[in-house]
Design a protein around this ligand. Sequence first.
Ligand code: C5P
Length: 238
Amino acid sequence: MNHPLIIALDFSNGVEVEKFLRPFQGISLFVKVGMELYYQEGPSIINLLKEQGHQVFLDLKLHDIPNTVYRAMKGLARLNCDLVNVHAAGGWEMMESAMEGLEAGTSAGGKRPSCIAVTQLTSTSEVQMQKEQLIQATLMESVLHYASLTKTAGLDGVVCSAQEAAAIRQQIGPDFLTVCPGIRLKSDQTGDQKRVSSPEFAKEAGVSAIVVGRSITKAVDPLENYHQWIQVWGGAAK
Ligand code: C5P
């Protein structure tokens, strides 16, 4: 993963996606399809994005019993996505089953999608985590714990905030992916995100990829805004 900027296509249907992507013609992007879009459009939206030459992160955050996650991942592996994910809170056995499902669903000679686990959502604060999940540890300890669990289950990395990325790299190693949402320019609104960071901070922390949604998708001129991001972040656009 070459330090991409992943654009979160948080739209309600394919028509909105096509309209958004029109100005980006000729640029190969790394995009994220989340629940909102996938639940409306299904696999056809993945096919369309792949046909257009984009890399796709299918962000469905699976969290269920191991057998269900195994079977779901076996199906998702056939969609030809580049990156998929689960919630680390689903546990070690669930994560191991997710990987087995992906392996089983990947065609002979095909490439298994990378798989990462959400540690603590970037919309969760330490106080919320302690009160609502009844976790006595600090947020950093919880994220590091989930990152280790994810590693031992054989996954490729985690979703975390940029604030935890350096500690994860130090604990687990530089090849373990840290994919970070909650990234904001100074001029952006924080919205529902709690653990936000600037792209400069994320770069300094050595994160593997940043996920940017509303800053780009809600911009008056998304293409111009994307280029601003690329200037700060580097890489990604081809
Ligand atoms: O608009 P914004 O930049 O906040 O979008 C962030 C995207 O990353 C959203 O699509 C959200 O679902 C996703 N995400 C997140 N935090 C996680 C995992 C995914 O914000 N831990």
